[in-house]
Write a protein that binds this ligand. Structure first.
Ligand code: BGC
Length: 886
């Protein structure tokens, strides 16, 4: 028996998921062991319909020689719908010793075939045409059961946003279902296990249905109904009774519809709720719904229904207000202490008819007054009218706000601090990363990056969560995804979004600027559309997920072919609309677009996407395409040099972003690179150690500096406190990342109202450099199967620590400079992986591990000297190094 435990069994990244429609779910596990250098040599997976595995085994992989322990596809008989499958795993180590079986995991299927849906789409008989103030629908039905129940599942979806109730209780804690997808192509349904909410006898199903993304206001032109103007609901309930029989209940024209207290609910504008209109017992059994109208059946409006793919949104944490402020203008304002996304829940005692309003804003102005200018047309206003008998508690149902400050009217001041709670809502992604160091301002910056991610990972990756956008801007997602993939497991979240990207791509391969597409936004900009290629590739790199490459390949290829078809020169991209180095500081007066030529940026990204496409083709076995796109890439690089690099090897447009892209994407001749990096460094220094980059250059800036030996300058840039810099906003009190380097200027005034978000994750992309360079956790092989550990212990920090939950388990580093000049470095490498650890030490003798010399270190496979560094090849395990500097 080998000494390890098989843990953390996953199906498609999740523990025990309920409601999947994947015909070949992928199985992963982790190996928990104290042993160093642990390698798996074989595995066995069994799938059964009982957790004790006493019944017939549905699929047995048999002992399979392989070191793979992530993403192994189920390869048994066709999976049945509405079925729970159990699985267990055992492995063999490198000596051939076998482990115990793992504890069983399980997954549960939803509809494996679309034609199994029996339910009808239903809607209210009369559609409200007062779109300004459209009340939500309340929809109900009853089911009567003659026996005890063994299990009850509800499958539900809607056109519009819904919340499901069973017998008066919310069916679960998820919010904003069915989520935001390319509605005309793909609509998610949710699975609810409602067994514990149901009884034998009468039961009621209730549903609140509002506009959501489907019918509500979206984008900046004040328009709604982008995807349709009829809200509708579809529900199917499967109940297994004590005698083993199954009953199915479906939405149909016998369901009843009415309105209730929600008079208006919009994502941008907030919610209006008149508690006097509450209908007692509407979602409970035996309610008299005679006066409600009958629902109307409509034709299926979508081409594909898919089981929920990403993690649902829910309230993840709550914040109490830190202060109640009376502004110079006399407003009463709550300060949540954190720019957050979600809503406020409050409890009040007030007379019937008292109107309470909550307006939400991100910042106060220079004088300390409540400021909503940057919200543009988004009202972010919640109005609650009290019913007036004792305590009443409320939060919006189908709307969310982005805010730190809440202006409250109608509530006595003494009820404010105690009775108000900020509910932080985002997609419930698993937190996988942490980074801390000896500089508190940098720790606040990391906090701000994380909060930018929380606030903007709400079902889709959004640019911002407050003004009249909150859309899946492709460029923003592309620049931030690598950092995001450290902080949280982003695969299911992005897999869903990328399928929508592919669905919304036109025949010619163009990619809309925002996904899901809102036609007013446009399409086809370089660095934005490249999300089609960069995002799947990043997921593959960080999680070894080849399925995302296979699924996205046609979309990736179509994007590259779209570019190729633009303009007259197939190797340059010098036509069409581009955002350029968006918000670059070298922009001309009154322009949002930085000085780096757009065609340079477009061609650079064309080269990069083509290179990634060629690599992707090779990974998924499309050899001919791999050759074709390698050749195309070479030609693009040649054309780039001819067009944008002088014959003597200088970048013709000497901007920081031009240098950064040219170096990052390897677009120069090898021999010109060091000199170009030097020019970049000089440019930064001549600017007083300041950046001038925008959305396109900033994410790679520090990485490029470090790659070419300018880590010290990268540290200086990151620690720069003067505008423009990352720490400038931190010093101004930011708790999230700003859209503009000078969202609040030094004199306290704002960047103009028209585009000024205080919660925009793009510049948070520097987080990647913290993990990869400061803490030195990087990958050599996809998924961190082989890791590079190379901390850059800059003079500016005395310690730094980071940890990252890879698909194989925890990787971490923690370095700490001691008073005696030695450095302690703790490293954790997960089982079944290995690491190249590169340490600044002139000889092997100046490194101790656990107080012993390296020659006595178990798990050490090899040491090599490379200049002033030692390169250690290590197997898995926990290591404690001391660098003695001898
Ligand atoms: C958004 C962005 C986006 C940009 C396009 C803005 O309004 O907030 O972050 O990428 O438009 O340039």
């Amino acid at each position: 028996m080998t000494n390890c435990t098989i843990t953390n069994l996953r199906i498609n990244y999740r523990n025990n998921p309920v409601g999947t429609d994947d015909a070949k779910p992928r199985i992963s596990w982790q190996i928990d062991t104290e042993a160093r250098g642990f390698v798996q040599s074989a595995y066995q997976i069994q799938v059964a319909d009982r957790s004790d595995f006493e019944s017939e085994i549905i699929w047995d992989s048999k002992k399979t020689d392989s070191d793979k322990n992530v993403h192994i596809e189920y390869a048994g008989p066709v999976l049945k719908s509405h079925t729970r499958y159990y699985f267990r795993v055992r492995i063999w180590d490198s000596k051939g010793d076998q482990s115990e079986w793992s504890e069983p995991g399980h997954w549960e299927t939803a509809f494996m075939f679309a034609d199994e849906w029996q339910a009808y789409w239903i809607t209210a008989p009369v559609q409200n045409d007062d779109l300004e103030n459209e009340a939500c629908d309340y929809i109900r039905s009853e089911v009567s059961l003659s026996q005890d129940i063994v299990s009850a599942k509800v499958y539900a979806t809607s056109l519009g946003m819904y919340r499901l109730y069973i017998n008066g209780i919310p069916a679960d804690d998820t919010l904003f279902n069915p989520g935001y997808t390319s509605y005309k192509n793909r609509l998610q349904y949710q699975t609810y296990d409602v067994t514990s909410l149901m009884n034998s006898g009468s039961n009621a199903i209730g549903c609140i249905l509002g506009n959501g993304w489907y019918k509500g206001y979206l984008a900046w032109e004040g328009e709604n109904s982008h995807y349709g103007n009829t809200r509708a609901l579809m529900i199917q309930m499967h109940v297994t009774l004590a005698d083993g029989s199954e009953q199915v209940f479906i939405s149909n024209d016998r369901w009843k519809v009415s309105t209730g207290p929600i008079l208006m609910s919009e994502i941008y504008h907030g919610e209006t709720y008149d508690a006097r209109l509450e209908v007692e017992g509407w979602s409970s059994p035996d309610f008299d719904d005679q006066h409600w109208e009958s629902a109307v059946v409509i034709k299926a409006p979508v081409s594909a229904l898919v089981a929920q793919e990403n993690e649902p949104a829910r309230i993840i944490e709550t914040l109490k207000p830190v202060a109640v402020i009376t502004t110079p203008n006399g407003d009463t304002v709550l300060d949540m202490g954190q720019n957050m996304v979600g809503f406020v829940e409050f409890t009040v005692c007030a007379e019937v008819g008292t109107s309470i309003t909550l307006q939400h804003a991100e910042v106060l102005d220079r004088d300390g007054n409540f400021y909503t200018g940057n919200l543009r047309s988004a009202k972010q206003t919640v109005t609650y009218i009290c019913k007036g008998n004792g305590k009443e508690t409320f939060h919006p149902n189908l709307s969310f706000q982005g805010f730190r400050y809440v202006k409250v009217t109608g509530v006595p001041e003494d009820q404010l601090l105690e009775q108000f709670l900020g509910c932080v809502i985002h997609s419930d992604l698993e937190k996988t990363g942490s980074f801390r160091c000896s500089d508190e301002l940098v720790n606040q910056l990391q906090h701000n990056i994380l909060w930018g991610q929380k606030g903007n990972f709400l079902d889709v990756p959004t640019d911002c969560p407050q003004r009249d956008e909150r859309l899946g801007w492709t460029g923003d997602a592309q620049v931030f995804i690598r950092t995001a993939a450290f902080n949280m497991n982003v695969v299911p979240f992005f897999e869903k979004w990328l399928k929508d990207l592919a669905a919304d791509q036109e025949e010619d391969g163009r990619v809309p600027h925002v996904i899901p597409d809102v036609p007013v936004a446009g399409y086809g900009s370089s660095a934005w559309g490249d999300a089609a290629v960069i995002c799947p590739w990043t997921l593959y790199q960080c999680y070894a997920d080849t399925r995302v490459l296979e699924t996205q390949y046609p979309s990736m290829r179509a994007w590259v072919e779209y570019i190729r078809a633009q303009g007259e020169n197939e190797y340059l991209w010098n036509t069409g609309f581009h955002f350029g180095d968006w918000l670059g500081l070298d922009a001309k007066e009154n322009s949002y677009i930085g000085a780096t030529p757009k065609d340079l940026i477009a061609t650079a990204f064309y080269a990069y996407s083509t290179e990634l496409l060629a690599k992707t083709a090779a990974v998924i076995g499309k050899e001919a395409d791999a050759d074709k796109y390698t050749f195309l890439h070479k030609n693009i690089v040649d054309a780039f040099r001819q067009e944008f690099v002088t014959p003597n090897g200088r970048v013709a447009s000497p901007t920081q972003t031009a240098y950064v892209l040219t170096l990052m994407f390897d677009l120069m001749e090898e021999q010109d690179r060091l000199r170009t990096a030097k020019m970049l460094a000089e440019h930064i220094e001549e600017n007083g150690v300041h950046l001038t980059t925008g959305f396109v250059g900033t994410p790679y800036l520090c990485l490029v500096l470090s790659r070419f030996g300018y880590t010290d300058l990268a540290y200086q840039l990151v620690l720069q406190k003067e505008y423009p810099s990352w720490l400038y906003s931190v010093i101004q009190g930011a708790t999230t990342i700003w859209e503009h380097w000078d969202g609040i200027k030094q004199d306290g005034t704002f960047w103009s109202d028209d585009m000024n978000s205080y919660n925009h994750y793009a510049y948070g992309a520097v987080g990647d450099w913290f993990y990869r360079v400061v803490s030195g956790i990087d990958l050599i092989e996809p998924g961190y199967k082989k890791i590079r550990i190379q901390p850059h212990m800059g003079d500016q920090f005395s310690w730094a620590e980071a940890s990252f939950e890879s698909v194989y388990g925890t990787i971490s580093t923690a370095w700490n400079k001691q008073d005696d000049g030695t450095v302690k470095l703790d490293v954790v490498i997960p089982a079944n992986t290995s690491a190249e650890v590169i340490l600044p030490a002139s000889s092997m003798d100046s490194i101790l591990e656990g107080e012993k010399s390296l020659s006595q270190t178990s798990g050490l496979l090899k040491v090599e000297q490379s200049g002033s560094e030692q390169l250690l090849l290590l197997g898995s395990g926990n290591y404690s190094f001391t660098l003695t500097n001898k």
